[in-house]
Ligand binder design. Structure first.
Ligand code: SD4
Length: 295
């Protein structure tokens, strides 16, 4: 029998995020508050180039952010194409809590964030700006596989009672077109959960995850009796089949993490190099390498 709670997050930056979430759970915070607190850590870290502050901009030099959050009652909140706010996960949570909607985008999301008291600030760090200017010299869009081992952060958790929560936050694909939205703010693509079954989240090339309704499908396979690992593997293989002759294949990487309401978890990625952070009472907070289809 697996001991709950369990928190899992994508990539190396999942470790400090898990640590914060764990601390909050242990001091009695509600699941969604704990999850938000954990995801705010990489968002505020300028060294993490794929999330929040310090994230790489689009090809016009603008840092645009995507995030979403979902609770055990299937309430969700999401922001996409948001500029100038360091903590999109917190804005997504306010969408869940304080609006009749699921998703706010662009200038509307910014207007809402400001009305909720968030501060507008410049998220483009000098380091990210320097790399963008360098990219401009050739201006070739070719996403880097396992980008510096951190990409999107997606976090899933199950509390002691077996209730699930999940969230994602990212600055999206570096050098994307202005206005591009990835999978991470889309419920069913970058994140999905059904409290009767489990939760799943994605990382990697968002376009491929959207085309295949990735996270929703992983949850559906768990409903049919697959383990989290088996479900992640089957959907990753489906994505491969759909993309093996696609122009995206050359730089395609996708990875999934999944957690069921019993606390069992798993992960799988198309290419090697994906890992995830797991935190539970039994073994503490640690990294595990995901199995993969190809190198
Ligand atoms: C996205 N899954 O926006 C996210 C993260 C990323 O290359 O940067 N992918 O597609």
């Amino acid at each position: 029998k697996v001991k709950k709670p369990v928190v899992i997050s994508t990539w190396n930056h999942g470790l400090p995020a898990n640590e914060e979430t764990w601390k909050q759970i242990k001091t009695g915070k509600k699941a969604l508050d704990a999850l938000e607190a954990g995801l705010r850590i990489p968002e505020a870290d300028p060294k993490v180039r794929s999330v929040g502050y310090g994230g790489y901009p689009d090809r016009e030099g603008k840092v645009t952010l995507d995030a979403c959050i979902m609770d055990h009652n299937s309430n969700c909140g999401s922001v996409s194409f948001l500029e100038g706010i360091m903590h999109p996960i917190s804005v997504a949570k306010r969408v869940l809590e304080n609006t009749p909607h699921v998703m706010l985008s662009g200038s509307g999301a910014l207007q809402f964030a400001l009305s909720e008291g968030f501060k507008e600030e410049n998220l483009l760090t000098p380091e990210a700006e320097k790399d963008w200017k360098k990219w401009l010299e050739e201006s070739k869009y070719k996403p880097v596989i396992n980008f510096e081992n951190h990409d999107t952060i997606s976090m899933l958790m199950v509390d002691e009672d077996g209730n699930l929560a999940g969230g994602c936050t990212t600055s999206g694909a570096a050098w994307k077109m202005y206005g591009r939205v990835g999978d991470s703010p889309i419920i069913g693509a970058g994140l999905f959960l059904d409290n009767e079954v489990g939760a799943a989240a994605a990382t990697g090339l968002g376009e491929a995850v959207i085309r295949t309704a990735g996270s929703a499908m992983v949850v559906e396979l768990m409903r049919q009796g697959k383990s989290p690992y088996e479900a992640c593997k089957e959907i990753t293989e489906r994505i491969y089949e759909k993309h093996k002759n696609h122009r995206d294949m050359e730089y395609l990487q996708v990875g999934f993490i999944a957690l069921n309401n019993k606390g069992e978890h798993g992960a799988y990625s198309l290419r090697s190099g994906f890992n995830y952070a797991i935190c539970d009472d039994e073994k503490g907070n640690r990294m595990e390498d995901a199995k993969f289809k190809m190198t």
